[in-house]
Design a protein around this ligand. Structure first.
Ligand SMILES: Nc1ncnc2c1ncn2[C@@H]1O[C@H](COP(=O)(O)OP(=O)(O)O)[C@@H](O)[C@H]1O
Ligand SMILES: [Mg+2]
Length: 444
């Protein structure tokens, strides 16, 4: 009896200890305590959850059942146990849940007639049943699906990662899975970055500028909002267009540069600039476009030809740029088919897609259209309180929820000034190759 008060004192202490452990070092808390308890409860609740979410099937099984027998003279019904075939609900076979950085994942064998889509449809119901933030469904092979649960939204706070040192590769944020979000222009050369105002588009462009500024690349800006976004970064930019006229001339230059590089590659029997000997390899060019729609919007009929011209130039860069070291990163609030056929064609060439919070479903559809419908639903569910959160597709054909690191304009401006000496002038970028053309390559 005298032990009781002692126990009562220990309990709150234990509670505080566990709370502190969770606060101080969540990964070890999760691995040693949270995960085992969760795994047990997930396994134990699977029959109920599968039944509730409509993932079970009726199957005929031999089963011992009780059936009413004769009514005895006393009025009591005698029951008999009988071995007979009855229809029972069978649940899909679940393996042992495995811990992940932000939750757990488990492999499930689908029942006959089920597709991964059935599980994707039930994902929200599963998440609510298990009380987790989200369930993502993937299928590693026929007859199997993997359910990945995230306990809390990992994108509420995102910490900075070390910068990537590879050429044309920038770590811009973190994926929901906990892995780094990397934009690698050599794998995915052209990107569309869509989102409403205040959704985090410029923040992502800032992250790119900070990442690319120390690298030996030429950055080119097209900012038809009068240059308000990119002018502060001018020291690190090799060229900047702030009106349609300049943009048109700049894109003409870029196309000429591309054709020039094509000639160099042809003469050196290289398929792309990366196969050229290092001495001949031209500097990669990353073209950043802010407010893409401005390039396509027509104030009056007289602009029609000019728009058609810029649109064709941009499209040519998107079609052929990859092999010749010219890459596109286009940001826009609206990327709709109403902007003209040029946008639709450009979109088809941009395999990298980033969709921040958007106002109209059409922009989400245009940006992510050919992906899984779940990606669209996820894009529409991005909250205004979490700017920088986006749905990303590109690198591996999968889509992810991700959040960019917070990179202020000041940080990007600082990077642009610090690495200003690395910016080749536009004259250098465009002149360099014509020299090669006439001298070294003719000897080769
Ligand atoms: N990844 C992020 N993390 C935290 N805050 C962000 C992030 N991205 C953007 N923000 C905030 O949202 C605001 C709007 O972002 P911005 O990139 O200017 O949006 P947009 O260019 O789409 O209008 C920024 O001022 C910044 O405070
Ligand atoms: Mg902006």
């Amino acid at each position: 009896m005298s032990d009781l008060p002692a126990w009562l004192a220990v309990l709150p202490l234990l509670g505080v200890g566990l709370w502190a452990w969770r606060r101080i070092h969540y990964p070890s808390f999760w691995l040693l305590l949270g995960y085992p308890l969760t795994a047990i409860s997930v396994r134990a609740s699977w029959r109920r959850v599968a039944l509730g979410c409509g993932l079970t099937k009726k199957r005929q099984r031999w089963w011992f059942t009780t059936v009413p027998g004769l009514v005895a003279s006393t009025g009591i019904v005698k029951v008999k146990r009988r071995f007979q075939r009855v229809a029972v609900d069978t649940k899909p076979l679940m393996w042992l849940p495995l811990p992940t950085r932000h939750g757990w994942r488990v492999t499930i064998h689908t029942l006959e007639g089920q597709t991964p889509g059935d599980y994707a449809d039930a994902a929200e119901r599963l998440a609510h049943s298990w009380g987790v933030h989200a369930i993502r469904v993937s299928s590693p092979g026929p007859g199997r699906v993997v359910l990945a649960a995230t306990m809390r939204d990992p994108l509420v706070t995102v910490d900075q990662l070390p910068p990537s040192t590879d050429l044309l590769k920038v770590t811009v944020g973190r994926l929901e899975t906990g892995k780094p979000w990397v934009i690698d222009f050599r794998t995915v050369p052209h990107w569309l970055n869509a989102g409403a105002t205040q959704s985090g588009k410029s923040n992502l462009a800032n992250a790119l500028i900070v990442g690319l500024a120390p690298q030996p690349v030429a950055l080119v800006g097209i900012d038809l909002k009068g240059g308000v976004e990119f002018t502060p970064y001018a020291p690190r930019l090799s060229a900047l267009a702030t009106c349609r006229d300049e943009a048109s001339r700049l894109l003409d230059d870029v196309v000429a540069l591309m054709l020039d590089r094509m000639g160099v590659c042809r003469q050196a029997a290289a398929r792309n600039v990366w196969q050229l000997p290092p001495a001949l390899r031209p500097v990669p060019v990353v073209v950043l476009v802010d407010e893409l729609a401005e390039l396509y919007l027509m104030a009056d009929k007289s602009e029609k030809d000019e728009i058609a011209k810029t649109s064709t130039a941009l499209l040519r860069v998107a079609q052929l740029g990859r092999a010749f070291g010219i890459y596109l990163f286009c940001c826009g609030q609206r990327i709709g088919s109403d902007l003209g056929p040029g946008v639709t064609a450009l979109r088809a060439q941009c395999s990298g897609r980033i969709c921040h919070r958007v106002n109209d479903p059409e922009t989400a559809t245009m940006t992510l259209g050919d992906l899984d419908p779940a990606a669209l639903a996820s894009a529409r569910a991005i909250a205004a309180e979490t700017p920088g959160v986006a749905i990303v597709a590109g690198q591996d054909g999968q889509w992810y929820r991700a959040r960019s690191f917070y990179v202020t304009e000041q940080a990007a401006e600082h990077a642009a000034h610090t690495h200003a000496h690395l910016a080749p002038s536009w004259g250098e970028v465009t002149a360099h190759l014509s020299q090669h053309d006439s001298s070294e390559l003719l000897d080769a």
